[in-house]
Design a protein around this ligand. Structure first.
Ligand SMILES: [Zn+2]
Length: 75
């Protein structure tokens, strides 16, 4: 079991959040941020990030198929 925390607010991040960080910022797991903090850093909205995740997943992006953390939102 592995839990990854947001490097900014320390909240627990989900697998998709880790994958999005890698996709947008490169493989720097140490500086992974949650959607809220990532949106602030990138000056976009959390909805924009959700759309990006959905887009990459629909493309079958391999980054989003990897398991980085066992943490999952129940949505
Ligand atoms: Zn955060």
């Amino acid at each position: 079991m592995k839990t990854i925390h947001c490097s900014a607010c320390r909240c627990v991040v989900t697998n998709n959040e880790v994958a999005l960080n890698i996709k947008l910022l490169g493989k720097q797991i140490a500086t992974v941020r949650c959607y809220a903090c990532l949106a602030k850093a990138l000056d976009c909205t959390v909805e924009d990030l959700h759309e990006k995740v959905a887009f990459y997943q629909s493309m079958g992006c391999s980054v989003f198929k990897e398991i980085y953390t066992t943490e999952q939102h129940t949505s």
